[in-house]
Design a protein around this ligand. Structure first.
Ligand code: MFK
Length: 557
């Protein structure tokens, strides 16, 4: 009988997760059974995902009679994902009163368990969540009353998803150069321009930036608009889909280039300051990005761990080989740190929302307390940039741990890595977010908030076995703080070191949060595994601070 290797299999994606059950037990234990049952749904949809692997979105621009129709058909799994997402409240749960201030933890736990099996349907959901928060923050009562109930519905026949169109040919980072023009038209506006990266073009609505005619150049002159994509007959309203993007990953997502040629639009708020108006979207989608990064790592590691128990080489199972086990342990520690930071970001969103049950009807934000707001403003970009880089590195190693099979498309493994590569790009690159971190710290109070966060978590971790990782976190924080204070008056030095600084803060926060959670696990019967992750994370390295020699940079770049 010739040898055939058994493929890696997934177990229940709640129970098999080394962090999620204890995190949920700590913050919102009443959702444990719901998540456990979704853990099986995730396994079922992983199978469907493999079967659906080759289906990609198709754009049909013309009908048989020469009419421009620009119809996009998405994959069968995406149709199912739309229903699942509504039913399980992947957006709605964040706005429901039932779990009080832990509504966001509940919501993102569902996203974490189901997301990796839904072929990046998380992309339109992230923007839908961001659009909900942006509309709520805008105070535009007419739009809030008409649209938010759709975005937060659990009924698939009612729920809408939303796009977010910011990127133009002029760029995705510096949106101040936006070329789309808005012209007044009766009570509303019409938009003229080209949007270069519009994901979720099958959504019912979008929020977008445009410059009202005559406004000043730069981001202050932009305004935020609401666009309903189709008329009552399902026809696009003066929107042409030029083509779908031929992307490295996220190939199930119908990302398109659009021309807006007199597209009807509604002003969301003021006629200026659109970038500021859309910033609630950024905090939400960046947190989705962080959770997608950890859930992508989980999927890669779940398969690599299972494979290590099915694959024999050089006379032993891979898991029993010291070097293979050491590699998996290093990756699991990265996952554990990233998980804690992403879910801390989630928790802070909850306090920024003011909790979901702050008012009858439950959907108007009152804002959180000042300390949490200052912390969130810096922690969200740090969490996004740190976890995204970890995801690409960890998933790359996870598929390497499956050997050649990890490089063969029909195992489904390479797709996990290809999809992860968007995470450091989408919603702000690592460098843009490093600069955003500096800007957040420049507002005052944010570095103190981060220091208090690290110190508070370290102080709560009293077990002797955590002493070394705690010292590593404190030392990295001291080094980062000293560096930024010294570099502050030297703009070029500060900017050049911003990525190392932001990543050091990210890894320091991860380690401190991990130590705190490890202590909780030791105290509440969840065993010593998380403490082992904290020790190993510290060994992986935390402190990246350093100044490059400028002349070397010039020679190299
Ligand atoms: C899943 C499928 C994916 C498909 C493939 C996708 C491929 C990639 C497609 C893309 O292109 S994604 C790129 C998306 N783009 C971004 O996420 C934007 C990245 N750039 C930034 O985040 C810039 O920092 C930003 C555009 C916000 C800078 O804009 P400006 O024009 O320099 O504005 P400015 O003056 O810095 O900020 C305006 C106001 O917003 C200020 O408030 P004040 O007016 O009160 O002073 C800022 O403090 C505030 N602000 C800026 N960023 C903020 C913020 N407030 C809160 N949170 C933030 N993050």
């Amino acid at each position: 009988m010739p040898f055939f290797q058994e493929p890696p299999r997934l177990g229940n994606q709640f129970d098999d997760d080394p962090l999620l059950p204890s995190w949920i037990d700590r913050f919102v234990p009443s959702v444990t059974e719901e998540l456990r049952s979704l853990g099986d749904v995730a396994v079922e949809y992983y199978g469907k995902q493999l079967a659906d692997r080759e289906n990609e979105p198709v754009l049909t621009q013309w009908d048989a009679w020469g009419n421009r129709i620009d119809k996009i058909e998405v994959s069968p799994l995406w149709h199912e994902a739309q229903k699942l997402a509504a039913k399980h409240g992947m957006v709605a749960a964040g706005y429901e009163a039932h779990y009080g201030k832990h509504a966001r933890t509940h919501q993102f736990a569902v996203v974490h368990v189901l997301g990796p099996s839904l072929d990046v349907y998380s992309c339109p959901l992230a923007m839908t969540d961001g659009a909900t928060r942006t509309l709520l923050s805008s105070g535009n009562r007419a739009l809030i009353d008409r649209i938010v109930p759709r975005l937060t519905s659990r009924d698939p026949s009612i729920m809408w998803t939303s796009g977010q169109w910011m990127t133009e040919r002029t760029g995705g980072s510096d949106v101040s150069q936006t070329e789309t023009i808005a012209k007044p038209d009766g009570d509303g506006w019409r938009l003229y321009g080209t949007k270069w990266f519009t994901s979720a073009t099958t959504s019912e609505m979008a929020l977008t930036l445009a410059r009202p005619e005559g406004n000043v150049l730069g981001s202050r002159g932009l305004a935020l608009f609401f666009v309903e994509l189709r008329d009552a007959n399902g026809r696009l309203r003066n929107i042409q889909v030029n083509r779908l993007k031929d992307k490295l990953g996220t190939r199930k997502v119908p990302t398109a280039e659009l021309t807006l040629d007199g597209t009807p639009a509604t002003l969301v708020g003021a006629v200026t300051d659109g970038v500021r108006a859309i910033t609630p979207m950024l905090s939400i989608t960046r947190t989705w990005n962080a959770v997608s990064a950890v859930s992508g790592m989980r999927r890669g590691l779940a398969l690599a761990r299972d494979y290590a128990r099915r694959r024999k080489a050089f006379g032993a199972m891979l898991v029993d080989k010291p070097l293979h086990a050491d590699t998996l342990a290093m990756l699991e520690a990265e996952y554990a740190g990233a998980f804690c930071l992403a879910f801390r970001s989630v928790e802070l969103l909850g306090s920024l929302d003011g909790g979901p049950d702050m008012e009858p009807g439950g959907l108007t934000p009152t804002g959180g307390n000042d300390a949490d707001e200052r912390l969130a403003r810096a922690l969200v970009p740090i969490a996004k940039l740190t976890t995204a880089k970890q995801a690409v590195a960890v998933i790359s190693d996870a598929i390497e741990a499956c050997g050649g099979a990890g490089y063969v498309e029909d195992t489904g493994l390479p797709r996990i890595l290809a999809d992860a590569q968007v995470l450091p790009i989408w919603e702000g690159t690592t460098n843009v977010l490093s600069l955003d971190t500096l800007r957040a710290l420049g507002k005052g109070g944010a570095l103190e908030a981060i220091t208090a966060e690290v110190e508070g978590n370290c102080a709560a971790a009293t077990d002797r076995g955590l002493a070394r990782p705690i010292e590593a976190a404190r030392a990295a924080l001291r080094h980062a703080t000293a560096w930024v204070v010294e570099a502050m008056p030297q703009p070029d030095r500060l900017e050049a070191g911003a990525r190392r600084f932001a990543l050091t803060l990210g890894r320091t926060l991860e380690l401190a949060l991990l130590c705190r959670h490890a202590q909780w696990c030791l105290d509440h019967g969840h065993g010593p595994r998380t403490a082992a992750a904290a020790r190993r994370f510290a060994m992986n390295g935390v402190d990246l601070i350093g100044d490059a020699v400028l002349e070397d940079t010039k020679l190299l770049a």
